[in-house]
Design a protein around this ligand. Structure first.
Ligand SMILES: [Zn+2]
Ligand SMILES: [Zn+2]
Length: 358
């Protein structure tokens, strides 16, 4: 049977109200799943993303950071209140303070602006979250003098230096940033923004004018992910680097300039193996041919755009159920090398990896 392809006009006219436009993060799941995935990648157990040996130590370290984020996120969950204290190996982590009602947020929601803008003042108590994260990481640092030294350096930062680093992380301004400090500062900011984003009412967050910025916090997306399951089946979402919200964008469209005429896909698979076949329909899964499931060469690819010469990676849950945009982006640095050598610029940074100015 020949499957009829939908024209772009027909795709636009599909009933998009049935597609979840915005999926808010679930901190109780997100960080622990990320830690699990980072270890899976570091152990070499992801056929589609073979992380080089030189990256394994960093992936394990970021897994420990995600564990610390997960522990603090769990402290604020309803289950934490009923958990017997004796089961905790260490003093319980302080929960992230709940999202306070604010006039600024109501005004933002009423004007299609991100309700939790990263460009605005940071919520009170973020410094306490930062210190709690460092406390959680102390256990991981035992027997690791280098990590212990970094944690000591992070504790010694002046308020001015800490705020400056946080500003630089949120503005993706790598110049002069300390690449050893920035991932930990970013992790604390993620914990705060993810927790607050999870407390929003998704139905009240409107899509902003541009599809290329997070509708919740205004950050750039870290990567794309093709989701499976329920109504999201086969749809492409952009994943926010800071608050982990995911918003829908049609497939085969540049997530930097929103043009769609000169998109191509690159993977680490041997040249010629990647035909881009399941993107050729130009749109959403109603038009896509049936995928061959579990093809490692389709788990992680770069979506390049010849209009703006940039790229972002796209991870496909249809080919690996466990894909996690941030973890998979970190582990697939070889794909960045391949695509940047071909002349494309990366669309945005991974907040857990900084290269500094050198
Ligand atoms: Zn966001
Ligand atoms: Zn573009």
């Amino acid at each position: 049977m020949v499957q009829r392809l939908l024209s772009p006009g027909e795709i636009e006219s599909l009933d998009h109200t049935t597609i979840p436009r915005l999926v808010l993060p679930q901190p109780g799941v997100l960080f622990s799943a990320r830690a699990t995935r980072l270890r899976q990648l570091a152990d070499g157990n992801v056929p589609g993303i073979p992380a080089p040996d030189s990256l394994h130590g960093y992936l394990y370290l970021m897994a420990a950071v995600a564990d610390a984020q997960a522990a603090i996120a769990a402290a604020g969950s309803p289950a934490a209140a009923s958990r017997p204290a004796a089961s905790a190996p260490r003093p319980p982590a302080p929960p992230v303070p709940p999202l306070p009602p604010s006039d600024a947020m109501e005004t933002a929601l009423a004007h299609n602006m991100p309700p939790l803008p990263v460009s605005g003042p940071r919520p009170a108590g973020w410094g306490a979250i930062y210190l709690a994260l460092l406390d959680q990481l102390d256990a991981a640092a035992s027997g690791q003098p280098q990590l212990a030294a970094v944690l000591a350096g992070l504790r010694a930062l002046s308020d001015t230096d800490l705020e400056g680093c946080a500003d630089a992380v949120l503005a993706e301004f790598g110049e002069g940033i300390n690449p050893l400090h920035a991932p930990f500062v970013a992790a604390a900011l993620q914990l705060l923004w993810v927790t607050h984003a999870s407390q929003l009412d998704a139905s009240r967050v409107q899509p902003p004018v541009t599809g290329t910025l997070c509708p919740v916090c205004g950050s750039h997306p870290l990567a794309s992910v093709i989701r499976i399951g329920g109504q999201a089946q086969g749809y492409r979402y952009l994943h926010c680097a800071i608050c982990a919200s995911e918003w829908h964008m049609v497939r085969v469209k540049c997530s930097c300039c929103e043009k769609n005429a000169r998109i191509a896909y690159q993977s680490l698979a041997p040249a010629g193996a990647d035909t881009g076949a399941d993107e050729d329909s130009g749109g959403d899964p109603a038009a896509a041919p049936v995928n061959k499931a579990q093809d490692p060469s389709r788990v992680a690819r770069a979506e390049t755009c010849d209009d703006c010469r940039s790229y972002r990676k796209i991870f496909n849950q249809e080919h690996d159920f466990m894909v996690e945009p941030l973890a998979d982006d970190l582990a697939s640095l070889a794909l960045d090398v391949l695509v940047t050598e071909a002349g494309y610029a990366r669309g945005s940074v991974n907040p857990l990896l900084w290269f500094g100015s050198e």
